[in-house]
Design a protein around this ligand. Structure first.
Ligand code: SAH
Length: 475
């Protein structure tokens, strides 16, 4: 009953990191707890089959409970499971991938390899976006949204961000105060400064600061530039124009205030240009481990044709191109493809080709057009090979791939599909589809790209199914 105070043992964790326990058979979700805690909670919301409880006290602490390193871990929406020790976080993620592949993916007794974790799971993010606001007392607040709200927690000392960000943000706070810069208000759509984006190059030490503004210019920006260029590594100071009434942080247009319009960083010894709007993996230490798995699963010998779908700025494409004959990359953000082409040139790759557009539009179109061409001119070896790749890599956003894309991949009939995913539920759904079309799951490797959060990256190797007979014929 609502407002009842109950005692329960937490025995599971939900998809948003909330604890799950039972009171006389009734399921209760409680935030800020870990599996094994015995807690006292007040029922604040009651539904027919489950309810939500507010944590009042921990009666007995679980062995996997730790004191979060971050002082605002509980209020901030960023790290949902910082109160869980790191080993338990990895175990939780491995279980989650397995559970989704079995329940949603319909795979039985699937082996999920232990999650590849970090040695030091802190200060790993190379990108952070801080909202700026004014609190009830009229004070400037820079920090993070409290979980599922637009209320800003003032905190520039994020334990998963780069330590230099605090210095940068305090400089910007001083500039805002001294120059009386107006702060954007979501309700009235008035005020200039909305967000601060900071990117850090892990190997290069280069820094980009990008201020997102509701306007076309930032008053007294030269003062800000003067303050920031003293910080070691500062490479790019930019403005991003976002005049829309929207939750989307970045607008389409960027202006350079000082320095370059991009920073550089490297992954597996390949150098990349990264502009404010480009997608770049946020955990550089883990990205190298993730990409090495992708490369291992692709099993390249130098002769292969590879498609890299959802290629961003071409990071996986170029890595593949180090040991493939030809790589095709597809990405919807045109600026990212511009970066990808520059990156290919910069690193002297001439065996990669990039296409702008939605993968589910570009690839089926390409397939149809080139099939016709290949039929007219059946000596066109490259066209024929492009339609029959050895490996297809997909790395979609959380919503996964559309069936129309998966269908054309199946038509292209690659020997191997390497699926990189940041959402193991949509991954499981897509894998189920591919399995129904003749592929089998060979390896499942989660990599912890997002330590202390409920998110998990997974790489899966799928191979074209071969019967025992086909296998022995090849021997
Ligand atoms: N493989 C890259 C990027 C992965 S993130 C890397 O490792 O860095 C997913 C990428 O898919 C983003 O760059 C996003 O812009 C792009 N994207 C989103 N929807 C898309 C679609 N329908 N077709 C092609 N690319 C898409």
């Amino acid at each position: 009953m609502k407002n009842d105070i109950v005692t329960l043992t937490i025995d599971d964790i939900g998809t948003n990191g909330e604890g799950i326990g039972k009171v006389d058979g009734y399921t209760l979700f409680v935030k800020d707890v870990v599996v094994g805690d015995i807690v006292k909670a007040k029922i604040i919301k009651e539904k027919k089959n489950y309810g939500y409880g507010k944590l009042l006290a921990i009666i007995k602490e679980s062995k996997s409970r730790v004191v979060p390193k971050c002082a605002v871990a509980k209020q901030c929406g960023g790290c949902q499971i910082q109160q869980m020790n790191y080993q338990s976080q990895l175990q939780y993620k491995q279980n989650l991938v397995k559970a989704n592949l079995e329940k949603i993916g319909g795979l039985k007794n699937i082996e999920v390899l232990p999650v590849i974790g970090m040695d030091t799971p802190y200060y790993y993010r190379n990108k952070a976006q801080y909202p700026v606001g004014i609190d009830k007392e009229g004070k400037i607040v820079i920090g993070f949204y409290a979980g599922r709200t637009h209320c800003i927690i003032d905190s520039t000392d994020c334990k998963i961000g780069s330590p230099i960000n605090q210095t940068i943000l305090e400089n910007i706070r001083k500039y805002i105060t001294e120059q009386k810069i107006s702060i954007y208000d979501e309700e009235s759509h008035q005020g200039i400064l909305r967000h601060i984006l900071i990117r850090n190059g892990y190997h290069t030490g280069e820094i980009m600061v990008c201020l997102v503004i509701n306007g076309t210019a930032l008053p007294c920006s030269e003062k800000l530039v003067q303050d920031l260029i003293g910080i070691s590594g500062m490479t790019s100071i930019m403005l991003n124009i976002n005049r829309d009434k929207t939750n989307v942080i970045l607008g389409k247009e960027c202006k350079t205030l000082w320095g370059q319009a991009y920073i550089t960083d490297s992954i597996c010894d390949i150098t990349y240009e990264i502009s404010p709007l480009s997608f770049f993996q946020i955990n550089p230490v883990q990205t190298e481990k993730l990409y090495k798995k992708v490369l291992e699963f692709a099993q390249l010998t130098g002769k292969e044709t590879v498609w890299d779908l959802y290629c961003g700025i071409g990071t996986i494409s170029l890595l593949m191109a180090t040991n493939a004959k030809k790589v095709y990359g597809v990405e919807v953000v045109s600026e990212a493809i511009e970066d990808a082409r520059n990156n290919a040139k910069r690193n002297n790759f001439n065996n990669v080709e990039f296409f702008v557009g939605k993968a589910e539009v570009v690839v089926p179109q390409f397939y149809e057009e080139v099939s016709k061409k290949a039929m007219d001119d059946n000596k066109n070896k490259e066209a024929i090979q492009s339609l029959n790749p050895d490996v297809v890599v997909v790395d979609p956003p959380r919503k996964g791939c559309e069936d129309i894309l998966l269908d054309v991949i199946v038509k292209m009939s690659p020997q191997r599909i390497v699926y990189v995913s940041c959402d193991c539920a949509t991954l499981a759904r897509d894998v189920k589809y591919l399995v129904s079309k003749g592929y089998e799951v060979k390896k499942v490797q989660p990599v912890d790209q997002f330590c202390h959060t409920v998110h998990i990256e997974t790489v899966i190797l799928l191979s074209k199914f071969q019967s025992k007979e086909q296998q022995s014929n090849q021997l």
